[in-house]
Write a protein that binds this ligand. Structure first.
Ligand SMILES: [Zn+2]
Length: 529
C-alpha cells in the first residue's frame, strides 16, 4: 500500500516510516525507551491512510503475526499523530500544554493551617457548583466560589480505601498495592509505611495533626491513621462535633494544624433528614435508623423501576444537603476561630456513586463517569478564586498541592504533583481489573491485568458513555493507547507489604456487621431495600 504513494510524497512516506520505527520500538514489549533524537517530519494527511491501511486486524491478539499487525497499526497511529504535529514519544498532553494557573508565593513553613474535608461517595453532579439544579449545596457552592474549583476532577480509584491511600500517599494503586476486594475483610492487609502520608509530612513539620472520620472502613487497625497524632472514628454527627472542637483549639495550641475530616452523609444507608428533604423539595419514606440501603456488588436489576430509581436519587440528593449542613458547621467553626485567613482548605470526594445509570447502583467494579468524576476545590490565602476548566484535577495531586501551599516540600516518594504547577499530567483511574484514561474529551478503558485496550468513549458526543469505540486507529482513541503505555512506563508496579490484619473474633464479627450496614455484602438480593 505504501508503494502506491505518489512520487512527490516519497519524502513524506520516509518520514512516516521513521515515525513507524519509533512507534515499533516504543511497543516492542522490551521497555526500551524511544530515541529522543529520532528525526520527525510531519506527514501529509494523504500519506497516513496508506500506513493505516497496511494494518488491518487491529485487535490485540496473541502470536507473532498478530503482534506484527498490532505494531503496524500503532505505527499508523503514530503517523497519524505526526500528521497532527504530535510527537508520539512524548506524553500526549505535552502536545497540547495546559498553562499552570498562577499561585501565591510559598509562605514560611508552618504559617498556615491545613484543613481537608472529604465527603465520601459524593458525585460531582450532585452539587450546585457542578450543575445540580436542586439546592443541594448552598454552603459548598459559596465555599467553591472562594477557591479554585476543578470543573473536571478524577479520583484515582473508585472505592474508599484504595482511593484514600492514593490521595493520602500521592500514589497510584498500581504502586501502593492497597487494592484488595471491596468489603472482603479477610483479604485486607495493613497499609505499609513505604510512602509517607500527608499526615506524616505535616507531623514531621511540627504540625498538630488529627483526623476524624465517619467511615469505619478507615479504622486504625488497618494503618490508615498513620502519621496522625489523633485518628478518631465517630458517627457523622460526632465527627462534625470533633472537627469543630478541634478547630476551636487551634488558636491556643501554639502550633500550625492539619485536620482531616471524612464525612459520610451521601453513603448508604441513606438517612436524609426531614429538614434536608424539605429544603430540596423531596419526600422520601424509609424505616427509621435503617434508612435506604443497597448492595454494591450486583447490578441493579432491570426491574428497578423509574419511580424507585427516582426515590433513590431524591434520598441521595437530600443526604448531600445534609452533608452540606455538616460542611457548614465546620466552615463556621473555622471562621469563628479567626484562623480562616491563615488556613489552606481542600475539599473533595473519594469517589462518586451510580444511581441507576447503566443499570448499576453503588460503587462497585466499574469506572463510569458517575463514580470516577469527583468534586475538587482548593482554597488558600492569596490564591485567586476561579473555575479551572482546562486542567483536569487528580486526587493524587491534592497532597503535594496542599503541602506546597503550606510552604513545605512534598517527599520524593510521592507520584503526584501540585495542581498549580507544570503541564497536565496523565489522568487515569483504576478499579479492580480496569484502568481508565481521560484525554482531550476521550476516555479509554483497559484491562488492567493484561495491559489491554478494551474500548473508548467520546465524552463530547457521548457523555453518557453509551457507545463503545473499539477502533484503535480512531484519532480520538489512538493517543489514549499511547497514554496508557506511557502511564505504565512511568508508574512502577508495587505491592503493599503491611502484613495481615489481626482482629479478634468479636472485633471481626463487629466489623463484618458494620460493612454490611454500608452495603458491602454478598447477599443475592441486590435490589434497593
Ligand atoms: Zn468511599
Amino acid at each position: 500500500m505504501i508503494g502506491a504513494a505518489a512520487p512527490e510524497e516519497l519524502g513524506l512516506v520516509i518520514s512516516g516510516l521513521l515515525v513507524a520505527r519509533r512507534a515499533w520500538r516504543f511497543f516492542t514489549f522490551t521497555d526500551t525507551p524511544p530515541d529522543p533524537n529520532d528525526p520527525l517530519v510531519p506527514l501529509s494527511p494523504a500519506t497516513t491512510p496508506a500506513l493505516l491501511a497496511a494494518a488491518p486486524g487491529l485487535a490485540y491478539s496473541r502470536g507473532v503475526q498478530h503482534r506484527i499487525l498490532v505494531r503496524l497499526a500503532l505505527a499508523g497511529t503514530a503517523a497519524l499523530l505526526a500528521t497532527a504535529g504530535c510527537d508520539p514519544a512524548a506524553t500526549p498532553e505535552a502536545a497540547a500544554p495546559v498553562a499552570a494557573p498562577a499561585t501565591p508565593a510559598a509562605p514560611k513553613a508552618g504559617a498556615y493551617n491545613v484543613l481537608v474535608v472529604v465527603m465520601d461517595t459524593l458525585r460531582a453532579d450532585a452539587l450546585g457548583a457542578y450543575g445540580q439544579q436542586r439546592p443541594t449545596s448552598p454552603v459548598f457552592d459559596t465555599f467553591a466560589s472562594e477557591g479554585v474549583l476543578f470543573e473536571t476532577a478524577w479520583t484515582q480509584y473508585t472505592w474508599t480505601l484504595p482511593s484514600f491511600v492514593s490521595y493520602m500517599t500521592s500514589s497510584w494503586a498500581r504502586t501502593h498495592g492497597w487494592d484488595y476486594s471491596m468489603g472482603k475483610l479477610d483479604t485486607y492487609k495493613v497499609l505499609d509505611s513505604k510512602t509517607p502520608t500527608m499526615a506524616d509530612v505535616f507531623t514531621k513539620a511540627g504540625y498538630a495533626t488529627s483526623g476524624h472520620f465517619a467511615n469505619m472502613h478507615l479504622k486504625a487497625e488497618l494503618g490508615f491513621g498513620r502519621g496522625f497524632e489523633t485518628w478518631q472514628l465517630g458517627t457523622e454527627a460526632a465527627t462534625v462535633r470533633a472537627a469543630v472542637a478541634d478547630i476551636g483549639k487551634w488558636k491556643d495550641d501554639g502550633k500550625p494544624n492539619f485536620l482531616y475530616v471524612h464525612l459520610m452523609a451521601p453513603h448508604v444507608a441513606l438517612l436524609p433528614t426531614p429538614e434536608s428533604q424539605a429544603a430540596i423539595g423531596v419526600s422520601v419514606a424509609y424505616e427509621p435508623k435503617k434508612g435506604i440501603s443497597y448492595d454494591h456488588y450486583v447490578a441493579a436489576p432491570p426491574e428497578l423501576k423509574e419511580q424507585r430509581r427516582q426515590e433513590l436519587v431524591d434520598a441521595y440528593h437530600a443526604c448531600v444537603r445534609d452533608g452540606d449542613n455538616d460542611l457548614a458547621e465546620i466552615l463556621s467553626a473555622l471562621k469563628a476561630s479567626g484562623a480562616a485567613e491563615e488556613t489552606v482548605v481542600g475539599f473533595w470526594s473519594d469517589h462518586g456513586e451510580m444511581l441507576g445509570e447503566h443499570t448499576h447502583i453503588g460503587h462497585n467494579q466499574y469506572v463510569w463517569q458517575e463514580v470516577v468524576k469527583v468534586p475538587l476545590v482548593i482554597k488558600a490565602p492569596g490564591l485567586a478564586p476561579r473555575r479551572e476548566s482546562q486542567r483536569v484535577g487528580r486526587l493524587i495531586d491534592a497532597a503535594p498541592t496542599l503541602v506546597k501551599l503550606a510552604g513545605l516540600t512534598p517527599p520524593p516518594e510521592w507520584q503526584g504533583q501540585s495542581l498549580f504547577e507544570g503541564e497536565q499530567p496523565i489522568v487515569a483511574a483504576e478499579r479492580d481489573a480496569l484502568v481508565t484514561f481521560l484525554q482531550n474529551g476521550w476516555k479509554s478503558v483497559e484491562d488492567r491485568t493484561k495491559d489491554k485496550f478494551m474500548y473508548a468513549h467520546d465524552l463530547t458526543t457521548d457523555p453518557q458513555e453509551l457507545t463503545q469505540v473499539k477502533d484503535v486507529a480512531n484519532p480520538g482513541v489512538a493517543p489514549l493507547i499511547l497514554t496508557a503505555q506511557a502511564w505504565r512506563a512511568q508508574v512502577p508496579q508495587g505491592e503493599n507489604t503491611g502484613g495481615d490484619l489481626t482482629l479478634d473474633a468479636a472485633a471481626h464479627a463487629e466489623t463484618v456487621q458494620q460493612l454490611e450496614a454500608l452495603g458491602y455484602t454478598d447477599k443475592p438480593d441486590a435490589a434497593p431495600k
